[in-house]
Design a protein around this ligand. Sequence first.
Ligand code: C5P
Length: 225
Amino acid sequence: ADGRDLAGRHVVVSAGGTREPLDPVRFIGNRSSGLQGYALARTAVARGARVTLVSANVALPDPAGVEVVRVGSAVEMREAVLSAAAGADAVVMAAAVADFRPVDYRESKIKKADGAEPDPIRLVKNPDILAELGDIRRPDQVIVGFAAETDDVLANGRAKLARKRSDLLVVNQVGEDLAFGRPDNAAIILGADGSRTDVPRGAKEALAESVWDLVAARLDRRPAG
Ligand code: C5P
């Protein structure tokens, strides 16, 4: 990639993992560290982009030169991503968004009652932010999703790419060797145009650069927004 190929572009990156609150002190969460999303934000700045980073529950310092918007839950992430995406050239959804949230939020801490069994936690589906971006996208935008698959990685990846109407889907193979919290990652990047890019195991920065290579190539082919 040539150095400043994202100059003049505004990109939105989501990072981390959402927390779905049960009561003022408890939530349902996941193990996403935010490392991949932060690597995407840093590398985009280095390539000249203006970057909005929508960050959910990440314990990492703010990357220099990035506008960081902090969110907690999937519903908050949807608000922040959709509002930033409206004027953006590209959106990369690297965050682990909870598929479900508790139906009820208790305003006061849930107590254990003597002898009584706890109430079951009932869940409701969260909005699929990536699918929504695929629906409302302008033709000149580039939309990128991430997917962690354990089996049938390619078939499941292709199906997900089509279902969510993204331009690119970064598919991580997960298994014993989870990508979560590790500094390195390996992936296959599938394109809606049928392309396939294999990124060997390496630093999350290297995967981020491969993502921006593919995004920049697609932006160059499209009329400016
Ligand atoms: O369907 P799945 O959760 O595997 O899709 C993963 C991709 O979709 C990621 O890019 C993630 O950020 C995004 N996603 C989303 N909203 C959800 C669930 C996932 O944007 N509710």
